[in-house]
Write a protein that binds this ligand. Structure first.
Ligand code: KIV
Ligand code: ZN
Length: 432
């Protein structure tokens, strides 16, 4: 993907932290079937869940959270279906969420019986507001919930050695938790799971509610990375929500601050304002020349499946995926893009004004999306006649005819399709 060196990075000398860049894609975990699903007006049907799961596998996700089986019978049944019908590729780990309560953890292991590889994701709330107002517990009480849950997870896993287990712990509401307390709980859990003795362990740090600017979140992640025991044996994951509209930025900065793994959903579906959008973050990496390790080349089909499963339509301005994101109506933009494209040589780095990436890389072509309204200029109108009718106009005629089209567009108030442009041209210049 090295064609994207075109967006010249800001010179190192102009940067405050020149070594803070993302050098490789994090490990991704898609939580569409859990966090995404739990926020839907109408939860996904079994068929929709299966379609979403198959899409995530096809795109290249190796870790997929499929539900909260101990809390939901449909999630339990879906988990059993995936395992019993052998629908999970060998290199994919399914992940399931559970609260740190013994009876729920036991039920979770029932749901996972026979899985080849699985991530058991245990959480409890650790923030001051949850401690004081929801649970009425002090720090010791909250830490004890995490530790006793961790012990049940460890003991249940030992009884099922046929599965390759990864343990994941989330101090839920991490963004509202004092850092020293978060580290204390994380250390207490890792004292039980002992990742230094070979047990794969993930610590997932959620911005359950996005409460601060992305740099503050990144500072929190960096602090945890520097202050927990056994850091080198633990994968640090982030799970950001979008309450302030910055979930992608927060996850990107968190990776720069040391996170190894990112959880999110396609198009950002999820609780309230949503989860971190995997499509945007992966494509942001791609646009900087980093292999996102996901195949997002068929964006229209991806969007179609997400829409069908979530029953939420993709916004036309959704980064990289929306219908309008590679469209220019304005004459000067159309003109600049056409000139850049005409000069571009095969294999050259991408360097086209107004287009952050080559639309072709997500399965679209700029040519398809040149559209005309009253704001378009001669270049766009001439382009449409040439593309669709093989009519090429001299410059003086481009200027004259674009005024005709513009007048028509002003009268009709909207977009002028290619057929109408041709009819106007015929009426004016071809009819005798
Ligand atoms: O947002 C959140 O805190 C969660 C946890 C369960 C990880 O979804
Ligand atoms: Zn969440």
């Amino acid at each position: 993907h090295r064609k994207y060196v075109a967006f010249k990075p800001v010179a190192k000398t102009d940067r405050r932290w020149p070594d803070k860049v993302i050098e490789k894609a994090p490990t991704w975990c898609a939580v569409d079937l859990r966090d995404g699903n739990q926020a839907l007006v109408k939860p996904m049907t079994v068929a929709q869940k299966q379609r979403m799961f198959d899409l995530l596998v096809k795109l290249g996700f190796k870790e997929i959270e499929i539900g909260f089986p101990a809390a939901s019978q449909p999630d339990f049944d879906f988990c059993r279906k995936l395992i019993e019908e052998n629908r999970i590729p060998e290199d994919v780990k399914i992940q399931v969420l559970t609260q740190a309560r013994p009876e729920l953890i036991e039920r979770t292991y029932e749901a996972l019986a026979g899985a080849r590889k699985a991530i058991v994701h245990v959480y409890n709330s650790t923030s001051t507001v949850q401690r004081e107002q929801v649970f009425g517990l002090d720090r010791d009480g909250i830490r004890e919930i995490a530790v006793s849950g961790a012990k049940v997870v460890r003991d249940m896993a030992a009884r099922h050695p046929e599965t390759e287990w990864t343990f994941q712990y989330s101090p839920e509401s991490f963004t509202g938790t004092e850092l020293d307390f978060a580290a204390e709980v994380i250390d207490a859990v890792s004292d039980v799971w002992r990742p230094d003795q070979g047990q794969p362990m993930i610590i997932n740090l959620p911005a359950t509610v996005e409460m601060a600017t992305p740099n503050v979140f990144a500072d929190q992640i960096e602090w945890i990375c520097d202050n927990i025991k056994r850091r080198e044996h633990i994968s640090i994951s982030v799970h950001t929500h979008n309450d302030r509209g910055c979930a992608v930025a927060a996850a990107e900065l968190a990776v720069m601050a040391g996170a190894d793994r990112v959880e999110g959903t396609l198009m950002g579906n999820g609780e309230r304002t949503g989860n971190m959008d995997l499509v945007t973050m992966a494509m942001n990496l791609y646009s900087q020349g980093i292999d996102p390790t996901l195949d997002l080349s068929g964006m229209a089909a991806i969007s179609e499946v997400v829409e069908a499963c979530t029953e939420i339509s993709t916004h036309p301005r959704h980064p990289y995926a929306g219908e309008l994101v590679f469209t220019a109506f304005s004459g000067s933009h159309q003109d600049a893009i056409r000139k850049c494209l005409a000069r571009r040589k095969e294999g050259e780095a991408w360097n086209v004004a107004y287009l952050p990436i080559d639309p072709f890389d997500v399965g679209r072509r700029y040519e398809e999306v040149v559209r005309i309204n009253s704001q378009s200029g001669k270049g766009g109108v001439a382009y449409v006649l040439e593309r669709d009718y093989n009519i090429s106009l001299p410059r003086w005629l481009q200027i004259e005819f674009s005024k005709v089209v513009q007048r028509e567009a002003e009268t009709n108030g909207g977009e002028i399709d290619s057929l109408t442009i041709h009819r106007l041209f015929e009426d004016r210049y071809l009819k005798v």
